[in-house]
Design a protein around this ligand. Sequence first.
Ligand SMILES: *Cc1c(COP(=O)(O)O)cnc(C)c1O
Length: 390
Amino acid sequence: MKKSLSKETLINHCEYVAPEGFAAFPEPVYRASTVIFDSVEALRSRKWIGRDSYTYGLHGTPTTFTLEAQLAEIEGGKHAVLAPSGLAAISIVDFAFLKSGDDVLIPENIYNPNRELGNWLSRDFGVGVRYYDPMIGAGIAELLKDNTRLVWTETPGSVTMEVPDIPAISQAAHARGALVVLDNTWSAGLVFDAFGHGADVVVQAATKYQGGASDLLMGAVITRDDELFRKISMAHMRLGMGGGADDAYLVLRSLPSMKVRFAKSGESAMIVANWLKKRPEISKILHPAFDDCPGHDVYRRDFTGSGGLFSVLFDERYTEAQTDRFLETLKLFKLGFSWGGTHSLSVPYRIRSDRRDWMQRGNQLIRFYVGLEDPQDLIADLEQAMRVLD
Ligand SMILES: *Cc1c(COP(=O)(O)O)cnc(C)c1O
């Protein structure tokens, strides 16, 4: 047949057969929209849901299946689906488990776009959304209703860093038949055993430590339960979620060094936070490993370490204009969202007026991410920037 084909056709039907026996460490990158079937029978009987065959690029390739398996493994889960961002992973969970008439409980300090999604579900989709004090613990039993389907959790909570009692919340939720979802991004799945502490479903923003280089967006939803996974997969498929092969490859490339990066970033963050704690400009260190941080005892009970993300409250005498100048004077800490990469970052946050008492006093809150620079250089940077405060 070959000889009769034109160059355009030949160039489209490469018949090169690679020799056997190539081995190397990197995962191959399989890019595909179309997946080719051997027979009509194979095409008709395709099963996309179980991750044990290939049907269409959106539903997975060897590259994305490998990453899903790795992320599930790190978290101590059994199944995972990839999403194009952490927020997309959050939306998969809401669409998998909520319908109009259901009730969902969300902690007040949840990652803010998750809260925004909750408000939207409440306004336009007939889902009852209520926000709870993250430090409520077993007291959540009083908030649970017969139609409470989902309890969102995050530990520590975004920006204000309170550490909730996940086992107590999970126990109360399970007693009323509600599912517990945990956004376990802060831990990267490394220092908090989500499933061991009661979560049914875990969300990771793999954009952070898993990506590790501030150059991609990726999310994952992970579970141990086959039936929950089936629902997650249905939502994943219906919403057209997936992960691109090249981004999946980049995460696979970063994962082997994640634990080392996390540990180094965590150690340096402790050095930087300890220095900040002694400074008169700072009134509170909101880092779970510090006793200033609400839920510190729970942290000591449930966590095995900490990463590079924490916040501080400046003394009340500093205005926002002053701390803004401080931020703009920093040289090594760049101003920007997200975290988990190699570079240190800072972000000022305005705390919601409905939050806990100690946050209503008007202290300026700044969140720091400590990357892989030498912590002494980062401290020198903070010190030079603090001079503009006086
Ligand atoms: C960053 C982040 C997300 C969202 O991840 P994106 O990939 O940026 O959408 C979700 N939850 C937490 C706790 C995060 O820090």
